[in-house]
Design a protein around this ligand. Structure first.
Ligand code: NAI
Ligand code: MG
Length: 326
C-alpha cells in the first residue's frame, strides 16, 4: 500500500531539516509517495498567501504531513494545517538524550495536549478602549475524544495511567468539565489517573520530573508546560511533535526557522527526524519507528553533532550518520 506523504519544508532551517527527514524515510524502503508544497513567509511574499489552498488541500488528503517551520507567518500556517488534518491531540514528548546537557537528564515525559479549543478558540473581543475579553471554550466531546486517545496511548505504551494537569479550582466550569470528562472516560476504560493543578505541576516537574509520565492537558496548559519541560531536557532544538487526527496526522519539530543559522547547513535535523519516527509509528511501522529513534539516540550520544550541541558537523553529516546506523 502506498502512503501519500505531504512535505511542507516552509522557511529558514525548515528547508534544511525537512529534506533530511525525507532522506531518512526514503532509506527505509517503505512505499511512500512524497509530494512537496509551499507554506510560510517566502510563499506569502510571492503570492500574498502564507498557506496556499493547494498546500491546505494536500495536507487534508495526504495520509500524513511532514512540516518544517514557518517564520512570521507560523500561526497562519500551523493552525489551519492542524485543522486540515482534523487534529484533536498534540503529542509532545520531552525526553532527555544520553550525553546531551540537560537541566534534568532524568526527564522522560509525554504531553497529550488538547489541540482544538480552550483559550485558543479565537473568540476574542475588544469591547472598549479599556476592556478586552476572551472566551474559553471547553466541550465534553473534545475532552472525551482526547481522553479516549489518552487511554489507548497508555495501554499501547505500557504506561501506568496518566496525570491530568488543570486548574479546575479556579476555572470551575471549563476545566471542571475537562477534568470530570477525562476522569470518567478513564474510569470506563480502567485506566488510572491522578490530578495536579497546572501551576503546581510547573514547580513539581522542575524539582522532580520522574514523578510524571503521561500528562493530559487543556490547550494552553499543554502549550506552556510542554515548553517548560523542553527547557528541562536541553531546549527546543531536539523536540518532535505530532498533531494527530482520526485519519491523518501532521508531524513537525517544535523549533522554528532559526534565522540566526538558516542557510548555513548546520541545523540539527534530530527533532524533525524524530518527528518522522512519530509519523512511522502513526502509520503502523512500529519497528521502523523504533529503529529511527535508536539511530538518532546513538548519533546524539556518540556524534557526529551539529554546532548547537557543541560539535562541528553539518546537517548532512548528521543525517548520513543516522542513515548509516539504520
Ligand atoms: P527558533 O526555534 O527558530 O530558534 C530558537 C533558537 O534555537 C535559535 O538560536 C536557533 O538557532 C536554535 N535552534 C532552533 N532549532 C534548531 C535546530 N534544529 N538546530 C540548531 N539550532 C536550532 O525560535 P525563534 O528564534 O523564537 O523563532 C524564529 C522564527 O521561527 C520566528 O519567525 C517564529 O515565528 C518562527 N517559529 C515557527 C515555529 C513553527 O513553525 N512551528 C515555532 C517557533 C517559532
Ligand atoms: Mg508553544
Amino acid at each position: 500500500m502506498t502512503h501519500e506523504i505531504a512535505v511542507i519544508p516552509g522557511d529558514g532551517i525548515g528547508q534544511e531539516v525537512t529534506p533530511a527527514a525525507v532522506d531518512v524515510l526514503e532509506s527505509l524502503e517503505i512505499d511512500f509517495e512524497f509530494t512537496e508544497a509551499d507554506a510560510g513567509d517566502a510563499v506569502k511574499e510571492e503570492t500574498g498567501e502564507a498557506l496556499p489552498q493547494e498546500t491546505y488541500d494536500l495536507a487534508a488528503s495526504a495520509d500524513a504531513t511532514l512540516f518544517g517551520a514557518a517564520g512570521e507567518t507560523a500561526a497562519d500556517v500551523i493552525l489551519p494545517l492542524r485543522t486540515a488534518v482534523d487534529s484533536f491531540v498534540n503529542i509532545r514528548p520531552a525526553k532527555a538524550y544520553p550525553g546531551i546537557d540537560a537541566v534534568r537528564p532524568e526527564t522522560d515525559l509525554v504531553f497529550l495536549r488538547e489541540n482544538t479549543e480552550g483559550v485558543y478558540s479565537g473568540i476574542e473581543d475588544r469591547l472598549t478602549q479599556d476592556v478586552s475579553t476572551l472566551t474559553r471554550v471547553v466541550t465534553e466531546s473534545a475532552s472525551e475524544r482526547l481522553a479516549e486517545f489518552a487511554c489507548d496511548y497508555v495501554e499501547d505504551g505500557d504506561h501506568d495511567g496518566f496525570t491530568i494537569a488543570h486548574k479546575a479550582n479556579v476555572m470551575r466550569e471549563t476545566d471542571g468539565l475537562f477534568r470530570d470528562t477525562v476522569n470518567s472516560v478513564a474510569d470506563e476504560n480502567g485506566v488510572e489517573t491522578d490530578e495536579v493543578l497546572m501551576d503546581a505541576f510547573a514547580t513539581r516537574v522542575c524539582l522532580d520530573p520522574e514523578q510524571f509520565d503521561v500528562v493530559v492537558c487543556p490547550n494552553l496548559a499543554g502549550d506552556v508546560l510542554s515548553d517548560l519541560a523542553a527547557g528541562l531536557v536541553g531546549g527546543l532544538g531536539l523536540l518532535p511533535s505530532a498533531n494527530v487526527g482520526p485519519e491523518r496526522g501532521l508531524f513537525e519539530p517544535v523549533h522554528g526557522t532559526a534565522p540566526d543559522i538558516a542557510g548555513e547547513g548546520v541545523a540539527n535535523p534530530a527533532a524533525t527526524i524524530v518527528s518522522a519516527a512519530m509519523l512511522l509509528e502513526y502509520l503502523g511501522y512500529d519497528e521502523e519507528s523504533d529503529r529511527v529513534h535508536e539511530a538518532v539516540e546513538d548519533t546524539l550520544e556518540n556524534g557526529p553533532r551539529t554546532p548547537d550541541l557543541g560539535g562541528n558537523a553539518s546537517t548532512e553529516d548528521v543525517t548520513d550518520a543516522i542513515i548509516e546506523r539504520l
